[in-house]
Design a protein around this ligand. Structure first.
Ligand code: DX5
Ligand code: ZN
Length: 220
């Protein structure tokens, strides 16, 4: 089996030193940089916009995995692509036409992802699976880092694993929220191929990022 991709979420990093924090995650063995974009409207928190993504882009060669928790989302897709997003993930609830939104992401040149909230069923992907390169299962309600893993994510990951296998395509199955060295083994067992981790990577001592990533990946 391919090794699990680890995507540290910079939401838990030191925003005053973001360039350095992104470089540190790459040096520590991260596979992607997860960028959480929140608008205070779709979710009850505000984080960063395209100008910050553009500023940190030169600090890493890793793919930028940009998770948009904003509504409306369509007017901002090209801006995030131009700022350096490699993968752009959206929530179906963020607009009336998720199919069109995914087409627009691909037309921008980015890979397209769809994100399912804890209350959103796996079946939502059925009519759009041909348009996605990544499915993001939220294992917390979006808006904040540091929340506890919601167990109902596990059967949903299993269902989505089957749906992805049936396509024969290499769609990334990513899980986001409360992922740490304790919860990660079950998430991987359920069929995830990528793990987002904010607090579990960036929380605590900056000299421990590599140890944290190894622990989540399960090779510690
Ligand atoms: C939540 C974000 C997550 C968050 C994860 O809305 O999408 O990416 O940063 O944080 P942890 O890993 O601390 O649960
Ligand atoms: Zn996220």
């Amino acid at each position: 089996m391919a090794r699990t991709l680890i995507a540290p979420s910079i939401l838990a990093a030191d925003f005053a030193r973001l360039g350095e924090e992104v470089r540190a995650a790459e040096a520590a063995g991260a596979d992607m940089i997860h960028v959480d974009v929140m608008d205070g409207h779709f979710v009850p928190n505000i984080s960063i916009g395209p100008s910050v993504v553009k500023s940190i882009r030169p600090h890493s060669k890793l793919p930028f995995d940009v998770h948009l928790m904003i509504a409306p989302v369509d007017p901002f897709i090209q801006q995030f692509r131009d700022a350096g997003a490699d993968i752009i993930t959206v929530h179906p609830e963020a607009g009336p036409h998720v199919h069109r939104t995914l087409q627009a992401i691909r037309a921008s040149g980015a890979k397209a992802g769809v994100s399912l909230n804890p209350g959103t069923p796996a079946e939502v992907v059925d009519p759009i699976i041909d348009l996605v390169d990544l499915i993001l299962v939220m294992s917390v309600n979006p808006g904040f880092g540091g929340q506890s893993f919601i167990e109902t994510a596990l059967p949903k990951i299993e269902k989505l694993r089957k749906k992805i296998d049936a396509t024969g395509r290499d769609i990334i199955l990513e899980v986001d929220g409360g992922v740490n060295a304790k919860t990660a083994p079950r998430v991987i067992e359920a069929g995830a191929t990528a793990l987002v981790a904010g607090t579990a990577v960036y929380g605590g001592d900056p000299t421990k990022y590599a140890d944290n990533i190894r622990a989540i990946r399960g090779s510690a």
